[in-house]
Write a protein that binds this ligand. Structure first.
Ligand code: ATP
Length: 350
């Protein structure tokens, strides 16, 4: 009897492996509305977005400034079951340290001088939806502790309040810092880093996806031609060549602004001239955030997170396999392959 069961599960595994191989041959190309770029680097990003969107897992978006982290955060939110609830954005770098706490968690009337009314914080506003923590690497250390608690417990108290409020929020965080370096330098708490780094997605710099430049440039051309009322409908080959050989330290944002400016200066329906600054060494840096982030790393982190949320339950109703929508046998083989052991996901909470 025992060998029959194990043979059956072996057969299932073989069929699944064959299916996986077949799927690889017909890997679909993904598309997210409003996100331009069909090249191979963005296909990798879309694939990860697609895989994570419908889960509740925390996503960490990494990439240089202007690479589209906010655009991707919105894409994930729109593709999730939370799309009819708000996505609330907090820019952790834009607020003075003393205001971020009440911005995130809200405050009660009289909590501090100037708190003349009760204020609902962004966590509560995002209830049922998504909270986008932009520039999370800039968060002061004392607030990192408070954020960690809300992420772990999904509950908070408003500043000056004593009532505990439960929140159902999906977190997407973004940073252009190398958080591992920040952790080593003791500027970012390692426990918060591990909580956020559940499903990292690295956005490629524009210089690594030059195949997308013509499409992005035409997209911005049509947007800004329309909004400015100046008819410029195509781009000369010479300009396209220039755009492709530039290193784009400011990434897509820089390309967008360049096209906007060039339209205003153009007096032809074909864009024949753009004024690009000289390439600097800053743009030549390798994209650090790709370091040690293979698809296996991403998959491993995601499985561990799901296992934690399912309190270590693998099979059956409410188990991790159920959540991941794969057979328990597949999950077992993935765990074996990715060397996931009980200690990775079973926490002894005090
Ligand atoms: N794939 C894309 N398709 C269309 N527009 C894009 C894309 N990626 C980025 N953009 C545009 O480029 C600009 C910068 O994008 P975004 O703000 O998402 O970048 P970011 O990585 O969050 O930047 P920062 O780190 O500076 O906050 C925005 O105007 C956005 O609309």
């Amino acid at each position: 009897m025992h060998s029959l069961v194990s043979n059956q599960s072996d057969n299932i595994t073989v069929i699944e492996i064959e299916n996986e191989l077949l799927k690889k041959d017909i890997e679909p190309s993904y598309h997210f509305p409003g996100i331009i770029g069909e090249g191979v680097e963005m296909q990798k990003v879309y694939r990860l977005m697609y895989k994570v969107a419908e889960s509740n897992s925390t996503v960490l978006l990494l990439g240089e400034t202007g690479t589209g982290k906010e655009v991707v955060a919105r894409g994930i939110h729109q593709a999730s079951n939370r799309k009819n609830k708000p996505m609330i954005k907090v820019n952790c770098a834009a607020l003075p340290a003393n205001l971020i706490e009440s911005e995130l968690f809200g405050h009660e009337r009289g909590a501090f001088t100037g708190a003349t009314d009760r204020r609902i914080g962004k966590f509560e506003l995002a209830h049922g939806g998504t909270l986008f923590l932009d520039e999370v690497g800039e968060l002061p250390l004392d607030l990192q502790v408070k954020l960690l608690r809300v992420i772990q417990e999904r509950e908070l108290e408003r500043v000056g309040g004593s009532v505990t409020i439960k929140v159902d929020v999906r977190i997407i965080a973004a940073t252009n810092r190398d958080l591992e370096t920040e952790v080593e330098a003791c500027r970012f708490r390692s426990d918060l880093y591990y909580r956020l780094n559940v499903f990292p997605i690295c956005l490629p710099p524009l210089r690594n996806r030059i195949e997308d430049i013509p499409q992005l440039a035409s997209f911005f051309l049509s947007v800004y031609s329309k909004s400015s009322g100046i008819k410029v409908s195509s781009i000369s080959n010479k300009v396209l060549q220039q755009l492709k050989s530039y290193l784009w330290p400011g990434n897509i944002r820089q390309l967008e602004h360049l096209i906007e400016r060039s339209i205003l200066l153009s007096n032809d329906v074909v864009l024949k001239e753009v004024i690009l600054p000289a390439n600097s060494d800053a743009g030549k840096r390798d994209n650090e955030c790709f370091k040690n982030k293979t698809l296996d790393d991403v998959e491993r982190n995601h499985i561990i997170d799901v296992l934690r949320r399912c309190s270590g339950k693998i099979a059956g109703n409410g188990g991790a396999a159920d959540w991941l929508e794969i057979p328990a046998t597949t999950l077992h083989s993935k765990m074996k392959k990715l060397k996931i052991i009980r200690e990775d996901y079973y926490e002894n909470r005090v």
